[in-house]
Write a protein that binds this ligand. Sequence first.
Ligand SMILES: C[S@@+](CC[C@H](N)C(=O)[O-])C[C@H]1O[C@@H](n2cnc3c(N)ncnc32)[C@H](O)[C@@H]1O
Length: 252
Amino acid sequence: MSDIYKNPKYYDIAFSWRDIPLETDVFEESMRRYSRIPVRHVFEPACGNSPHMGEFIKRGYKYTGIDKSRAMLDYARKKTGPGFCAELICADISGFAIKNKADFAYIMLGSLYIKSEEELVSHFDSVSGALKKGGLYFLDWCVQFDCPDGKIQSWKKRSGNCRVKATYSCEIINKISQTIGETLRLDVTEGVKQKTFVNHSVKKAIYPQEFLNFMAGRRDFEFIGWWNNWNLEEPLTGSEKIVRPIIIIRKI
Ligand SMILES: C[S@@+](CC[C@H](N)C(=O)[O-])C[C@H]1O[C@@H](n2cnc3c(N)ncnc32)[C@H](O)[C@@H]1O
């Protein structure tokens, strides 16, 4: 079975349930409320196919994305054109540098793929180096508010003659190192052809209190808040059903 991130077209269809303009509105609302600097340049670690890039460019921002998958970056690059203010770089999120500091950073769909405490520190050191003081780092579903073990979700999307059934599952690998294994499987029917693509990733789970302590221990970031369901009017209390939580921190 082939890797999903070597076949971006099907990933793109599977995750096309997102409302990109609406999510970009939420990014902009976060900037208005919490950024201490004007935002002209946005940066996305683990950008993959860069789903928000086009919307940001349309709204006048410069975009930089990094990802370790060349196929995903090539796919994103095909969306760019002459005059497109975008830079797409092949790099690992656990340690990187970008040339020009950004004013706003965001990471989507729990893509904080770090396997250890050292990599976690190195990731935030790298983001810190990539972001101007007063700028925000917006994290989509990167902290485990619910027990990840045994989590399973499935959905279907369609584009033209291509139907994609996506299944996400998660299990704990080690309770002390807090490593979890995530599997994303895409069952594709394209015309008469059927194909399956899979990606297995291992990452360190980060739990809410651990995240707060981690932030409190850093001199370069401050915790601003966390909210449910991409809604800045819904701060998390811990007693609600948590869906797509977002977190905002700010570079000091
Ligand atoms: C769930 S996709 C997110 C793609 C895109 N940001 C989005 O919103 O759909 C995760 C991406 O993370 C990338 N990735 C996984 N581990 C990585 C790492 N250690 N460094 C850089 N990119 C990584 C994968 O190649 C993939 O493109």
